[in-house]
Design a protein around this ligand. Structure first.
Ligand SMILES: [Zn+2]
Length: 201
């Protein structure tokens, strides 16, 4: 049986005022969401009427209210567990375009199976963004360089501009070397990034 709404394979049979309809998993979810929204709307209205009535009478009459269940968790997009997380307080001072590039690269690398590189870029970006001992200007500089390296990593390996990435890696190594809180992270993740360009530091 096909879904009455979209034509995919149906798994639900529903009696509606218009007759029997068949729904696939997706369309049934939408159907149930629509129903619970309608229920919730009605319940809110009845609860409000009860409140209005009690107010008009001037006494709390204890009219029972309809409990409104919390809305179900609806994931309309893929959960991006691997996406870069940056605290709201830090996002304001960071270059939005750079963060967008870094997020895009992490997603791309994850999708292409280069999970280690994605994890390295994600970890370094999050740590730099959250580090309190460096100024916003310095953070943006580091993330700018990191985003250049990261973008180049999305190119097929044989086409990457490896020699061109070397000065950037050395620049980052120098900067990270001067920030005690980030040095350990750099030592952990820089070999992964260097490996993307066959760079030996
Ligand atoms: Zn459907």
């Amino acid at each position: 049986m096909k879904c009455t709404n979209c034509g995919n394979n149906a798994v639900y049979k529903i009696q509606s005022p218009e007759g029997t309809i068949y729904l696939c998993i997706d369309c049934n979810l939408k159907h149930e969401q629509a129903q619970s929204l309608e229920f919730e709307r009605n319940a809110r209205l009845l609860n409000k009427l009860a409140g209005d009535f009690e107010m008009a009478v001037g006494l709390p009459l204890g009219i029972p209210r309809i409990p409104i269940p919390p809305p179900p968790a609806i994931h309309t997009r893929d959960l991006k567990l691997n996406s870069i997380k940056i605290d709201r307080s830090n996002i304001g001072v960071l270059n939005t375009g750079t963060i967008k590039t870094l997020r895009h690269v992490v997603t791309t690398l994850n999708n292409s199976g280069d999970k280690d590189a994605a994890a390295a870029i994600k970890a370094l970006t999050e740590a730099v963004a959250a580090e309190q001992k460096i100024q916003a200007e310095e953070k943006n500089k580091i993330l700018d360089i990191l985003s250049l390296l990261a973008s180049e990593a999305t190119v097929p390996k044989e086409a990457r501009r490896k020699a061109g990435m070397r000065p950037l890696m050395i620049e980052l190594m120098t900067i990270f070397g001067g920030i005690p809180g980030l040095l350990q992270l750099w030592q952990q993740y820089s070999p992964v990034i260097a490996g993307l360009f066959d760079i030996k530091l």
